[in-house]
Design a protein. Structure first.
Lengths: 356, 159
């Protein structure tokens, strides 16, 4: 009898996370690197390098990011045989496979000794083509697979299936989803593209404008942001070392970072207002009471208060909470869904899979 | 009509399959629990006893073994052709087979591992006695949500 392992996966633009019911929880930068030449191939001793390691050695690797704007880098008008399409599918598959390998690292048996079931979180408003492509990729790697909306997975994991508003702030997108006890439909969900990557871009532009002599990369800027992100008016000043003509010099980046982080706030609060205002008036207060921030962006210092202040001013009231594990909230929820899914439902999916 | 019957038959088969798997798991689990108790209980009694007694009985055991072997051979000779000898032979074979299966450390380890797995994923012994299925019973609301996810995925696959 093959042992069953349930997994929940959150494939993100910047990071992908996996949670399995054998206790493994791990994340990986959503990056796949291929050695540039024979020298770098010898250096790594393998043909593919993943995650943080790939980022650290990006000079000697050709780097590919399979996701953009929270979705697979494929579009409606792309030919399925085109180079870009094939590459996006291949790198996404490699990344997913690596995550599964990591989840099985603790197990003593071989991969074929297990029935691996997975639920994958997809951005709230990912195109059907994108979701289908994800399913195609996963079907070859998992025995059984389903796809759910990412914010729904977060809500399910937190057991907030009714009267809650989930705001999942990722690198590529901010997904907002209104939960009211049923499967969220299109009008219950909103996606904005001003997210983590947008902050990096603005921050980089502001810094290069202010410190013309400093040499910076978007990658450096991202790291600074991840360690210090804030929209708070009362925080300490943030000084970082940036090389100027090869020599590291301290620079004050407080205002630039605050300004960059603040650029995502208007779209989030407008989205919250839109979803609250269009909800059943009898339950609007319940929704305002339960605004949940998830994803890496939820860690921006002062963001919770900023949104609460906005809600107070424009909606009369608002209470915002941050999830305890922002990085794993999606994967944890997907795992819980995977475990809760009755056996017969998996059989139904399997049956359809065979027919199609 | 054909579809309805097919669906009914498939559903029935699935339920039967489920029921059989649970029964199989229960039986397997019960066996393993019993084995585990015997083994653990046995270890508690035997291990200290073994430490005390082995210096004394190791030699005696050999003598006893030879004596017992002799007696058994004697019985075989006396009752040659009688059914009891065949029966003793069968028991011997069966015992050596069980010993081959169980006494290797690897086999014991595998049984322990299987027991741990069943406890982790399948069924556990309840406080009140007997066995119960592990896992929670989902509310109708939750089942409805899960059904909607399945439906959505099926539509996606068929597109």
């Amino acid at each position: 009898m093959r042992e069953k392992i349930n997994i929940g996966i959150d494939l993100g633009t910047s990071r992908s996370a996996i949670a399995a019911d054998n206790g493994v929880r791990i994340f990986l930068a959503s990056v796949v690197g291929y050695p540039k030449d024979a020298v770098s191939l010898k250096l790594f001793g393998r043909e593919i390098v993943f995650g943080e390691e790939a980022l650290r050695h990006r000079v000697s690797l050709n780097i590919f990011r399979p996701f953009e704007g929270g979705m697979l880098k494929i579009s409606q008008n792309m030919d399925e045989k085109s180079k870009e399409y094939v590459k996006a599918m291949e790198t996404a598959k490699l990344l997913l496979n690596r995550l599964i390998e990591l989840a099985l690292d603790e197990e003593t048996g071989k991969r074929e000794d297990f029935i691996i079931r997975g639920v994958i979180g997809a951005p709230a408003l990912a195109s059907r083509m994108n979701k289908k492509a994800l399913l195609e990729i996963a079907k070859d790697l998992l025995d059984d697979v389903m796809i759910v909306s990412e914010p729904f997975a977060v809500a399910y994991g937190l057991k907030l299936l009714t009267n809650a508003l989930i705001v999942d702030i990722g690198a590529g997108t901010v997904d907002l989803c209104r939960m009211h006890g049923t499967m969220p439909e299109e009008e219950d969900q909103l996606t904005t593209t001003k997210a983590g990557d947008h902050i990096d871009k603005v921050f980089y532009e502001l810094l290069t404008k202010k410190y013309k002599e400093a040499t910076l990369t978007v990658n450096m800027v991202r790291k600074i942001k991840e360690e210090n992100s804030t929209v708070s008016k009362h925080g300490e000043s943030i000084f970082i070392e940036i090389p100027v003509k090869g020599k590291p010099k301290k620079h004050d980046v407080t205002e630039e970072l605050k300004a960059a982080c603040s650029t995502i706030v208007p779209d989030i609060v407008n989205g919250i207002q839109q979803l609250v205002a269009s909800f059943d008036p009898e339950f609007q207060n319940d929704l305002k009471e339960n605004v949940i921030l998830a994803g890496g962006g939820s860690q921006i210092i002062g963001l919770k208060k900023e949104i609460e202040d906005y809600m107070q001013a424009n909606l009369g009231y608002g209470k915002v909470q941050k999830v305890a594990e922002p990085l794993y909230a999606g994967a944890n929820g997907a795992l819980l869904l995977c475990k809760d899914m009755p056996e017969e439902y998996w059989h139904q999916i399997k049956g359809r899979e065979k027919k199609s | 009509m054909k579809n309805v019957i097919e669906k009914g038959v498939t559903g029935g088969a699935t339920v039967l399959d489920e029921a059989w798997q649970y029964s199989y798991a229960s039986a397997e689990y019960a066996g393993l629990v019993l084995y585990s108790y015997v083994r653990r209980g046995g270890s508690i009694v035997i291990e200290p006893l073994d430490k005390i007694a082995s210096p004394v009985f190791s030699n005696l055991g050999t003598v006893f073994g030879r004596t017992f072997g002799g007696v058994r051979e004697g019985v075989k000779k006396v009752f040659a052709g009688v059914r009891i000898v065949k029966r003793l032979g069968d028991i011997d074979k069966r015992l050596s087979h069980i010993e081959e299966m169980l006494v290797t450390k690897e086999a014991l380890y595998k049984l322990e591992e299987r027991l741990a797995y069943l406890e982790r994923h399948g069924i556990v012994a309840s406080k009140e006695g007997g066995l119960q299925l592990k896992g929670k019973k989902l509310s109708e609301d939750k089942l409805m949500l899960l059904r909607a996810i399945v439906k959505e995925n099926i539509i996606l696959m068929e597109e």
